[in-house]
Design a binder for this molecule. Structure first.
Ligand SMILES: [Zn+2]
Length: 243
């Protein structure tokens, strides 16, 4: 099982750390709690972004046996990416470019973290058990947005489909198998990523938006039944009082 260390670096928006810390997986285990660190440097890029070199110097990267570190930040990264491999076995995820897009769609920030953990775990297994800066992210991704873990999401709002009920598309599955990731591990990942979804309340709202007529009929039936039950109980109570 892979070991994943998750940390935050600098101020980041509130998110449900417990959900990530307690995530049940047969593919990886989250090492300890998500610890907070400060970001002691200023941005050094031409457009106020933090370069990989800057982050690499300022983010703790303790060696992890059979695994890697994910550092969550809230700043602009090189080339407007929201996630980059900045050193061997050190990945950065920035909420900065994606927070508003996900919030507008009622998708919790934890979903993107979990989606990327699965994507990098399989990337790690298919790259001789390492995540190396020398491996291009383009080796894994595709430009077409399919709701797949490996959607490139060059247009950032395309991140939405892969943060709610994500899949591993058939092309990516084949690529992983060729890279000697076991079918067992791929099956585990496929099953577990089904749990990455919106909360039930927002899920129901989405369903009702998609099926407006059916929702209207169901709500009308439920309202009628409730109304009948309330009237029935009311009549019993009134009947008891009169007798
Ligand atoms: Zn894919």
């Amino acid at each position: 099982m892979l070991n994943i260390k998750v940390i935050t670096v600098g101020h980041v928006p509130r998110f449900n750390k417990k959900k990530i810390e307690k995530w049940k997986s047969k593919l990886f285990k989250i090492n300890g709690n998500i610890e907070d660190h400060t970001l002691p440097s200023n941005s050094d890029g031409c457009n106020w972004e933090f370069t990989d070199e800057n982050l690499k110097t300022n983010i703790p990267n303790n060696k992890i046996e059979f695994g890697f570190t994910i550092a969550i930040v809230n700043c602009s990264l090189e080339q407007d990416y929201y996630s980059r491999i900045i050193n061997d076995n050190l990945v950065v995820i920035s909420f900065y470019p994606i927070q508003q897009i996900l919030e507008d769609q009622n998708i919790p920030l934890e979903n993107v973290v979990l989606r990327l953990i699965y994507a990098y775990c399989l990337g790690y297994l298919s790259s001789n058990e390492q995540i190396s800066k020398s491996i291009s992210i383009r080796n894994f991704t595709h430009d077409e947005t399919k709701g797949c873990l490996y959607d490139m999401t060059g247009i950032v709002r395309d991140i939405v489909p892969s943060c709610h009920n994500p899949i591993i598309c058939s092309d990516c599955l084949e690529k992983m198998k060729k890279n000697r990731v076991s079918i067992d591990k791929l099956n585990i990942a496929q099953n577990e990523i089904k749990k990455i979804k919106k909360e039930l309340f927002y899920n129901l709202i989405d369903i009702s938006k998609k099926h407006r007529v059916a929702s209207f009929i169901i709500i009308t039936i439920i309202t009628s039944i409730l109304s009948y039950i309330i009237t029935f109980i009311f009549n019993i109570i009134i009947g008891l009082k009169i007798s």
